[in-house]
Design a binder for this molecule. Structure first.
Ligand SMILES: [Zn+2]
Length: 244
């Protein structure tokens, strides 16, 4: 009887810098939303300059962001930042599959094949999430979060999908304050925040829309008709046995 959305990313802050407006939108409109994060961002910078292990701080930052966004649960897979591509994929895929089968989301969100930034952890999580989508009976639609080309840094023009490949646009104007608060939870990443977001001195305003590519679905007779504005379009969230 409810919409359930599962997001699968690699690092603390990917959710907030990424599709957090969309996550806030679904939480605020009554969906249940959970997040899987593969690592604690142990290899990241610590702009706070403190001695505490950065993974420990980033774990807390992500827990705060999850609260700000209103997500009902955060699952850490417990892997180490920048090592995911070296792992045998079977065990992490089993872990994700177990969490997905337990939550039974109708919709999964992860990264596309370039991971947006070509970070090897992102690309690895993309592969795991895509495999789990095919292995689990529950998710009906798989989305890759993407960023319109004009928003990408000029030096990375080829990292995202063509704008013409975007299938799905979510209006997130109402959730700017929530997104900003979620981003600001990640103070170890303050230099990135200051470089990117205009509210912190960077070059980009928070986008009015967040964009996705419908990478795969299992819905019978579902045809995209122009741009979707609803991740759950075509899913009967009320009646279908096992989903409703
Ligand atoms: Zn990341």
């Amino acid at each position: 009887m409810e919409k359930r959305l599962m997001v699968i990313f690699a690092h603390p802050d990917d959710e907030s810098f990424g599709p957090s407006g969309t996550l806030a939108h679904y939480v605020q409109t009554g969906a249940r939303v959970q997040l899987i994060t593969a690592t604690k961002g142990e290899a990241g910078k610590n702009a706070l300059g403190t001695d505490e292990p950065v993974g420990q701080i980033r774990e807390r930052e992500l827990q705060e962001a999850v609260k700000v966004l209103g997500l009902e649960k955060l699952h850490f897979l417990g892997y180490i930042d920048k090592t995911l591509k070296d792992l045998e994929p079977q065990r992490p895929i089993e872990k994700i599959l177990h969490i997905v089968n337990d939550f039974k989301p109708q919709v999964l969100i992860s990264y596309g094949p370039t991971g947006i930034s070509m970070h090897s952890d992102h690309i690895t999580v993309h592969k795991w999430a895509s495999r789990v989508f095919r292995m689990s009976a529950h998710p009906q639609k798989l989305y890759y979060h993407t960023v319109p080309r004009e928003l990408l840094l000029a030096r990375h023009p080829d990292l995202t999908f063509d704008d013409g490949e975007i299938t799905t646009i979510i209006d997130v104007r109402k959730y700017h304050d929530i997104k900003k608060s979620a981003v600001l939870c990640h103070q170890t990443q303050r230099y990135s925040i200051e470089r990117i977001f205009d509210f912190a001195g960077g070059s980009r305003s928070i986008p009015e829309e967040e964009t996705f590519v419908l990478a795969d679905h299992k819905l019978k007779d579902y045809q995209l008709q122009g741009i979707e504005n609803e991740l759950f379009a075509g899913i009967n969230v009320f009646n279908r046995e096992g989903v409703g």
